[in-house]
Design a protein around this ligand. Structure first.
Ligand SMILES: C[S@@+](CC[C@H](N)C(=O)[O-])C[C@H]1O[C@@H](n2cnc3c(N)ncnc32)[C@H](O)[C@@H]1O
Length: 275
C-alpha cells in the first residue's frame, strides 16, 4: 500500500490526465481497434441493440459509436471535464442517439444507476484506476449488482511489460512532436514514471513542452495499477467472476508474452464453489 503522500499522488493521477478532454481526444484519435472490438462484441453478445452500462466512459470515444449502433447506454465517469466533452458530442449527435444515452457522474467504486444490464463495459485501462484489491472488489461488487442474469463484463487492461516497468525514471521516453489541438502551438510530449513493485502502481508523468523551448514543461500525472494476468484471474474469482474469453489484443490474438493488452470477457461464476 502506498503511504499518505503517495496516496495523494495516486489520486491526482486519476484526475489530471482527464482534465483536458480536447488533448485526450487528440492523443487517442487514432485508437480505433478497441472501438471496433467492443461494437462487435456488443452485437455478438446482445444479438442486436440492447442495454449497456459503460464504466469510465470518458469523453465518449466508445459511447457514441455504441449509441449509433442502436444501444441504450448508461455512461458513468468521475471526471466532470470528460463528461462535459461527452455532453458536447451528444449535442452534435442525432436526436435518436442522444435519446438512448444517460450520462451519470459517479465513481467506479460506489456507483448505483438503477436497473440491470446484460453487458457492462470498461474500455481502455479504466480498471487500472482501481489501485488496491479492495477498490477492485468494490467496483466488481457494483458491477455484480448491475448485471442481468447471464450478463457479461468486458474490459481491457494493459499486460504489464517488465521492460517498461523497469525504465529509468530519470530519462524522458516516447518523445513525440504534436500540434496542440486548441492553441495550434507545436509541442513535444515525453513521459517517464516511478513504478512500485509492491503496490504495483506506476506513477506516470506526462511532460508537455513547447517545441521552441519557451516556457517550462507542464507535468500531468497519471496513475495506473498494473494487473498481472494470474493475479487478475484470482481477483476476479474472489469477487465471483469467471473469465469467459481472454485475448492479447482487439483482433483475437492469444494472450502471450509481448501482448499489449489483456482483453477480457467475464461472467458471474454462479453458485458453484470457487475453483
Ligand atoms: C483511460 S480513460 C478511458 C475513457 C474511455 N473509456 C475511453 O475509452 O476513451 C479512463 C477514464 O476513467 C475515469 N476514471 C478514473 N477513475 C475513476 C473513478 N474512480 N470513478 C469513475 N471514473 C474514473 C477517468 O475520468 C477517465 O475518463
Amino acid at each position: 500500500m502506498p503511504g499518505p503522500s503517495a496516496g495523494l499522488l495516486v489520486d491526482r493521477g486519476s484526475r489530471e490526465h482527464y482534465a483536458d478532454a480536447d488533448l485526450y481526444d487528440h492523443e487517442y484519435r487514432r485508437r480505433r481497434d478497441d472501438v471496433r472490438y467492443y461494437r462487435a462484441l456488443a452485437q455478438r453478445l446482445l444479438g442486436g441493440p440492447g442495454r449497456i452500462l459503460e464504466l469510465g466512459c470518458g469523453s465518449g470515444r466508445l459511447t457514441l459509436p455504441l449509441l449509433r449502433d442502436g444501444h441504450q447506454v448508461v455512461a458513468v465517469d468521475g471526471s466532470p471535464t470528460m463528461l462535459a466533452a461527452l455532453e458536447r458530442r451528444l449535442g452534435r449527435a442525432g436526436a435518436a442517439a442522444r435519446g438512448r444515452a444517460r450520462v451519470v457522474e459517479g465513481d467506479l467504486r460506489d456507483f448505483a444507476v438503477g436497473g440491470r444490464f446484460p453487458l457492462v463495459i470498461a474500455a481502455f485501462n479504466v480498471l487500472e484506476h482501481l489501485y488496491t484489491r479492495v477498490e477492485l472488489a468494490a467496483c466488481l461488487a457494483r458491477v455484480a449488482a448491475h448485471l442481468a442474469p447471464g450478463g457479461h463484463l468486458a474490459f481491457d487492461v494493459q499486460l504489464p511489460d517488465p521492460r517498461w516497468l523497469a525504465r529509468d525514471p530519470s530519462r524522458r521516453w516516447a518523445r513525440t512532436r504534436f500540434t496542440h489541438p486548441r492553441t495550434g502551438v507545436p509541442m513535444i510530449y515525453s513521459t517517464n514514471h516511478d513504478y512500485d513493485p509492491v503496490s504495483q502502481i506506476a506513477l506516470i508523468r506526462l511532460y508537455y513542452e513547447r517545441a521552441d523551448g519557451r516556457g517550462r514543461a507542464r507535468v500531468v500525472h497519471l496513475s495506473q495499477r498494473k494487473y498481472f494476468p494470474a493475479e487478475l484471474e484470482g481477483l476476479l474469482a474472489w469477487s465471483g467472476f469467471r473469465i469467459v474469453e481472454r485475448r492479447g489484443d482487439f483482433h483475437g490474438a492469444p494472450l502471450t508474452a509481448g501482448a499489449e493488452s489483456q482483453v477480457l470477457v467475464c461472467a458471474r461464476a454462479g453458485r458453484r464453489p470457487r475453483r
